[in-house]
Write a protein that binds this ligand. Structure first.
Ligand code: BG6
Ligand code: MG
Length: 293
């Protein structure tokens, strides 16, 4: 925050606390008064202060309360707590098509070990952790039992192949449809998070340069139990400061739909998850989210 605005900002935060409002954004130095309000409206689609709300730019925003005077107040992205809503996205297979890279990397391991592995078995790996995926692949292994160290080495080898494939990713590996929909949901005021079982989620977001579109990214490094356990989604809700019931999940995996329901969240299925009757909603393409939310 710009130094001159700090005290005003603090007063505003106190005001919001007192009124049960949540401050959900900040404005850069130089964004003052009504300019800030316009920024807030542009970012969230809506600004609410006390009982008054604006969904478009209004001259009178800057004079709405004593703490939001025209003297350079931090603008104020505030929405009533109960109005805050979040959408949590699975990453692999929803935002990006890294599921095909997982398959290719596991296939190398399976071929090397003479294990039968095909796309059907691969479906069972969606949403589950790396070590659990390995156990599923080893169901078809007929050799001598493997030690924990050998399994660890196989998982690491697979991850090496996988990360090499991830390094080839760039911005164009996220479709325009996905980017535009995420931007639109942000403009409408939704908080967006990623909820992924992958320990590589942040690499993927960095490679594709979409990390700024999300408010929080809990992933395989932040959890001890992977989907269908709800842990990663509950973490996401916690990070964006929402109750589970205020969140929806978008998933391509059965395990993810189960996790969303176990978390008490609305579950939107896309891709293979649409064959699963536990979905609350099913979408054929990502852009349909703009109609649901
Ligand atoms: C999930 C994928 O997102 O991440 C799974 O759907 C994968 O297939 C899991 O096993 C773990 O990924 P990583 O990158 O930590 O090996
Ligand atoms: Mg997935």
């Amino acid at each position: 925050f710009g130094v001159p605005g700090m005290a005003v900002y603090k007063r505003t935060v106190d005001y919001c606390k007192e009124k049960g409002l949540t401050v959900i954004g900040d404005v850069k130095r130089g964004d003052i008064g009504s300019t800030s309000a316009a920024y807030a409206v542009g970012h969230l689609g809506k600004v609410q202060v006390g009982s008054r709300s604006w969904s478009g730019f209004h001259e009178d925003f800057a004079t709405v309360n004593p703490y939001l005077g025209s003297d350079g107040v931090k603008p104020f992205l505030k929405v009533c707590k109960e109005e805050k809503k979040g959408i949590i996205f699975d990453l692999d297979g929803v935002i990006v098509s890294t599921d095909k890279f997982h398959y290719q990397a596991w296939k190398k391991i399976a071929d090397k070990m003479g294990i039968e592995f095909n796309e059907k078995i691969n479906e069972r790996l969606r949403g589950v952790s790396r070590m659990e995926s390995l156990e599923i692949i080893l169901e078809k292994y007929e050799g001598a039992p493997l030690s924990a160290e050998q399994k660890q080495a196989l998982a690491e080898e697979k991850n090496g192949y996988y990360v090499d494939l991830l390094k080839t990713m760039e911005r164009c590996d996220v479709s325009e449809e996905v980017v535009n929909t995420l931007k639109s949901l942000r403009r409408k005021g939704y908080f967006l998070a990623v909820g992924s079982s992958s320990k590589n989620a942040k690499i993927i977001l960095r490679q594709t340069r979409i990390e700024d579109l999300f408010d929080a990214v809990p992933d395989g490094n932040n959890i001890t139990r992977s989907k269908p356990d709800p842990e990663v989604f509950l973490k996401a809700a916690e990070y964006i400061e929402l109750l589970p019931k205020q969140c929806a999940v978008v998933e391509d995996a059965r395990a993810g739909i189960d996790a969303a329901k176990a978390a008490g969240m609305m579950a939107v299925g896309i891709g293979t998850a649409t064959e699963y009757d536990k979905c609350d909603r099913k979408i054929k393409s990502f852009g349909e989210l703009d109609q649901i939310f």
